[in-house]
Design a protein around this ligand. Structure first.
Ligand code: SAM
Length: 216
């Protein structure tokens, strides 16, 4: 539950020894570089863990029970695969409020917003995890060159996320060649529980992948 991971008042207060005990023993200066926002059941993190063994990653999830499940899943994988899955963890938090509590300026190399809740009604658009206001915050915590990955099966939301990113001065779209060269792109549908569900049902997905650029 929440009591294990209270909301840190600043990124310096995040307790890395709780999340990544084995990594901290070896290199206490290591910081989280990937954030899976609204990680759900954690499929993406688990797929990324062995691909990026040197990067620390965190899932951020609002639902308590789901967060507990992911925590147990990671602990189980650590036990059955000694030395592996030490670089992933999860925290129960409201990402729309607390991203700056967890990450400092330019800290992140990748942020994921995969199959977020659509909030269809116009008056609820401000609850969407991608918005012009929140993109300012994400631009702040992303390093220049860092990548933001978004995908959804809801066409209207896909267009919304893409247009917010297109219009933001601190992001530029990856080219087709860059998308093809990025091994992570395939995992957006292949490794997420939601992506697998959409694939089983033969549904379409709408993707927007953008890079944080320098501004002058
Ligand atoms: N990304 C996962 C996937 O692709 O399988 C889960 C997608 S699920 C449809 C959306 C998730 O976002 C839910 O687990 C929900 O609890 C979580 N969520 C919604 N609002 C959130 C918020 N403000 N902060 C953190 N998580 C949130």
């Amino acid at each position: 539950s929440d009591s294990h991971f209270p909301i840190p008042i600043s990124p310096e207060e995040v307790d890395y020894s709780l999340h990544y005990p084995e990594v901290v023993k070896v290199d206490p200066s290591k910081r989280i570089e990937f954030a899976d926002v609204g990680c759900g059941f954690g499929g993406l993190l688990i797929a990324l863990a062995p691909l990026f063994p040197d990067n620390l990653m965190i899932g951020m999830e609002l639902r308590d029970k789901v967060t507990e499940y992911v925590k147990e899943r990671i602990l189980g994988l650590r036990t059955t695969n000694p030395g592996q899955y030490q670089n992933i963890s999860v925290v129960r938090t409201n990402s729309m409020k607390y991203i700056p509590n967890y990450f400092g300026k330019g800290q992140l190399k990748k942020m994921f917003f995969l199959f977020p809740d659509p909030h269809f009604k116009e008056k609820n658009h401000r609850r969407r995890v991608i918005s012009p206001f929140l993109l300012d915050e994400y631009a702040y915590v992303l390093a220049v060159g860092g990548i933001i990955y978004t995908i959804t099966d809801v066409e209207e939301l896909g267009e919304w996320m893409k247009s917010c990113l297109d219009e933001h001065p601190m992001f530029e779209a990856l080219t087709t060649e860059e998308l093809e060269a990025d091994q992570v792109v395939k995992l957006l549908t292949a490794a997420t529980e939601e992506g697998q569900k959409v694939a089983r049902n033969g549904g379409q997905t709408f993707r927007a992948v953008f890079r944080r650029i320098a501004t002058h």
